[in-house]
Write a protein of this length. Structure first.
Length: 552
């Protein structure tokens, strides 16, 4: 057995065991995976040597995660959330750097060390936050979308800082160097924008329709597209994260995004396991020295000060205190990029190893504690709400404006799975009767054709429980399946039970055996179009025969 394979197998076994223990103790598995990384890494037992393979899987996991984030941010969301995300992100960066710089100077550090560590305190872990929000199903909430927006702003700031450092490393100084860096970034952003626009306008629509003819091919294409743009993003001088995010964003306005997102969720969770283990393994505890108390002070600043800064900015912009509080918690930790940023400072000779030890301690403490703060954000808010009134205007005008711009699509009373001849005709007649109805089908041509005709239709696989969670099934009073085979319907009914729908589940079948199987599986009603049509025809003929002569 190849050594890297055996090491990965051992790593998965340890992660599964520790994760099970964490679940048993009601602790976040994310923290458990980081602990596994510390334990098996160089700072612990040194059980695993296949660092390159783990790092590669971790990078693919990060690309898939950021791809999924971009997939949820279509153009209408960006238009409404973009300005506040930009203002909050830049405001938080400015205030955290200024206050952090003063705090670190007060601890007796030199100016350059204070600047490096203060900048490091501004970066929050996009990967960890998005994973937590996704697990809590809050990515699509208002505070979730705003948080994702300013986390992306932070990621761009990381890229700019790294590029600036690379320019300094390559030589040169003064205003000319900074001008060249700014010009280079501007040109790359412009080029990326033009290329992305052309792809979204002319290339991706027909390409995704072609790929969507096969569910498996669509999944492979999504992963290939995300990882390709991630690689191109790094090659262009941005980052893999930025490229993967743009790949998802480029597909966000297509009708296939829900199906793609549902199928990628399990792959994302598996690959991110390696990211958290890799993060724990890379934490360097050999440089800690006497940094405990400075780390405690800076950790409290990040855990308390950063959320307060975000809450103050969002209150000023017209958001409610709850929205500001929930979004503010997402910046209550520093990122793995913070550690990388300070490590680059050491390689340039700007700071010493003590700065890295201090940043590592703050990272471990804030990531661990903020995870609990986010997981238990609602109980925490309920306890603190009476003291948070200062972070809300009398009229939260911007949040009210966002609510007024919510999509106006009527919530369906009927959802139909399968839009063949019977399903499409049923959808059409229900709409004519004024009944709010949504159709679901995995044929991309059918979906696009019906959408052009004004019907509410989603592209996706009814057998996928993760996809069903994206549908508004809570309002559906009737759920009708016209899917032709028992095997497919059995999986659908099981997924519907997992989703805990309350609507009347009705099956449309072509034979009695299929109908009986659906009844046993939990369908409340069964429709057999052939028998029903024969009954209707028989009744019509009987009525005609019994009618008085000459009345036909």
């Amino acid at each position: 057995m190849p050594e890297p394979f055996a090491e990965l197998a051992l790593l998965l076994l340890i992660a599964a065991a520790v994760g099970a223990l964490a679940v048993r103790l009601r602790q976040p598995v994310l923290i458990a995976y980081i602990v596994v990384g510390i334990t098996v890494g160089p700072a612990g037992l040194e059980l695993v040597k296949a660092h390159d393979q783990i790092d590669l899987l971790a990078q693919v996991g990060v690309a898939v995660l950021l791809f999924l984030v971009g997939l949820k941010l279509d153009l209408p969301h960006v238009r409404h959330i973009g300005p506040v995300a930009l203002a909050t992100g830049l405001g938080q960066l400015a205030f955290t750097i200024a206050i952090g710089f003063i705090l670190i100077l007060a601890m007796g550090r030199d100016v350059l060390t204070a600047l490096y560590v203060a900048v490091a305190l501004t970066f929050s872990s996009t990967i960890i936050i998005i994973k937590l929000l996704s697990d809590k199903r809050e990515l699509d909430s208002l505070h979730g979308r705003i948080a994702v927006g300013f986390l992306i702003v932070q990621d761009i700031a990381v890229v700019v800082a790294m590029m600036a450092m690379s320019a300094l490393r390559s030589g040169g100084n003064g205003e000319a160097t900074w001008f060249i860096v700014a010009q280079s970034i501007g040109m790359r952003v412009l080029a990326a924008t033009l290329v992305l626009y052309a792809l979204m306008r002319y290339v991706l629509p027909p390409l995704t329709r072609l790929m969507a003819r096969s569910q498996e091919l669509l999944l492979i294409f999504a992963i290939a597209w995300g990882t390709t743009l991630a690689a191109l993003g790094e090659w262009a001088g941005f980052s893999k994260e930025a490229g993967a995010f743009l790949a998802g964003f480029s597909l966000a306005s297509t009708p296939f995004r829900d199906a793609v997102g549902a199928r990628l969720t399990g792959i994302r969770d598996f690959l991110l396991l390696f990211f958290f283990i890799d993060l724990g393994a890379k934490l360097d505890f050999s440089t800690l020295g006497g940094e405990i108390w400075p780390a405690v002070v800076l950790s409290l600043f990040v855990l308390i000060g950063n959320p307060l800064i975000v809450m103050a900015i969002m209150a000023y912009m017209g958001y409610r205190k709850r929205t500001g509080f929930m979004a503010g918690l997402t910046v209550a930790q520093i990122s793995e990029f913070s550690i990388i940023f300070v490590a680059m400072g050491i390689s340039l000779g700007h700071v010493g190893a003590d700065a890295l030890g201090l940043t590592t301690l703050v990272g471990v403490a804030t990531i661990a504690l903020s995870t609990y703060m986010i997981l238990y954000s609602q109980p925490l808010y309920e306890r603190l709400a009476p003291w948070l009134g200062v972070f809300e205007r009398r009229i939260p005008h911007r949040e009210l404006a966002v609510e007024r711009h919510k999509p106006s699509e009527a919530l369906p009373r009927v959802v139909i799975f399968g839009l063949g001849r019977y399903g499409e005709h049923l959808l059409s007649r229900l709409k004519q009767n004024g009944v709010a109805t949504m159709g679901v089908d995995f044929d991309p041509e059918t979906v696009l054709r019906l959408r052009r005709r004004g019907y509410s239709v989603r592209f996706g696989d009814g057998e996928d429980a993760a996809f069903l969670e994206t549908l508004p099934l809570a309002t559906a009073e009737w759920i009708v399946t016209t899917l032709p085979t028992w095997d497919v319907n059995r999986t659908l009914l099981h997924a519907l039970k997992e989703t805990k729908v309350s609507g009347c589940i009705t099956g449309v079948v072509g034979d009695e055996a299929h109908g009986q199987a659906l009844r046993v599986a939990g369908a409340a009603r069964v429709i057999n179009p052939f028998l029903d049509a024969a009954d209707h025809a028989a009744q019509m003929i009987t009525d005609a025969l019994n009618a008085p002569e000459g009345s036909l």
